[in-house]
Design a protein around this ligand. Sequence first.
Ligand SMILES: CCCCCCC/C=C/C(=O)SCCNC(=O)CCNC(=O)[C@H](O)C(C)(C)COP(=O)(O)OP(=O)(O)OC[C@H]1O[C@@H](n2cnc3c(N)ncnc32)[C@H](O)[C@@H]1OP(=O)(O)O
Length: 279
Amino acid sequence: MPEIRQNEKISHRIEGPFFIIQLINPDNLNALEGEDYIYLGELLELADKNPDVYFTILQSSGRFFSSGADFKGIAKAQEDNGAKYASETSKWLSNFVARNVYVTDVFIKHSKVLVCCLNGPAIGLSAALVALCDIVYSMNDKVYLLYPFANLGLVTEGGTAISLPLKFGANTTYERLMFNKPFNYDIMTKSAFISKNFNMPSSNTEAFNAELLKELKGKVEGLYLPSCLGMKKLLKSNHIGSFNEINSMEVNESLKYWVDGEPLRRFSQLGSKQRKHRL
Ligand SMILES: CCCCCCC/C=C/C(=O)SCCNC(=O)CCNC(=O)[C@H](O)C(C)(C)COP(=O)(O)OP(=O)(O)OC[C@H]1O[C@@H](n2cnc3c(N)ncnc32)[C@H](O)[C@@H]1OP(=O)(O)O
């Protein structure tokens, strides 16, 4: 496997045709800073380039899949007032637009089959990445996806302007996004977003990950795996153009919100627990 630097919040390994990426920072509910999302993107690129890999598996740890962008990381970006930026626009192009468009693009164009082992809730950009996965399995019915853009002074990101209507229907998407409500287990099963619920207790993420991997190993036995990649390429071709277009539109629309400062005010309230998401 080609070399990649280590990241203390994300591990990876290869087992047969599976490239397994695991979020391993349960203490802050697997929140990720900008550099962590970039690292995740780089891991996907590594999986993409490896000819022995056919499935990229996303696992997590603890009670949440991921609570999204780390508010401490956002505060760091805000304080990033080095002379290198000529303006607020320049600062947020670097700290938000470039990073967000990169990680979303890597997920959109990924050529291996993306499987999400959803052990718990996912929020924000991380939830957007879950919605870009090809197959999702849940640990139990406590899982939900929350896109709290209206509560944080943001707009859709990570391709959600397309992925959510596509996977959950347009009106459900409008209602959940406008009023900052989670896409709960019921919605996810009604729309067949979740392929199987493993019905395991929330305290047992490692057992869920192990059981699911064992099941996947059984499922791929005897298959001609290049067929899977060929089918992924064809299935993806249905929407790839729209995803590419929306990725660019989303970050450009969001940029003015960052420059204006509303997301920062709201992230800071979240960090000091003056603001909460209604769940
Ligand atoms: C690539 C570009 C990067 C920039 C992207 C910018 C765009 C934004 C994208 C997004 O992802 S928006 C979504 C951001 N995330 C959130 O809004 C979630 C914030 N967290 C919460 O609302 C709650 O923590 C919760 C997830 C609902 C869970 O609540 P609960 O009461 O069950 O637990 P807590 O006590 O609140 O949390 C435990 C522990 O974890 C820390 N933590 C949780 N989420 C984050 C986070 N997003 N960032 C940093 N830390 C987080 C929380 O502070 C607690 O820590 P301690 O206080 O115990 O030290």
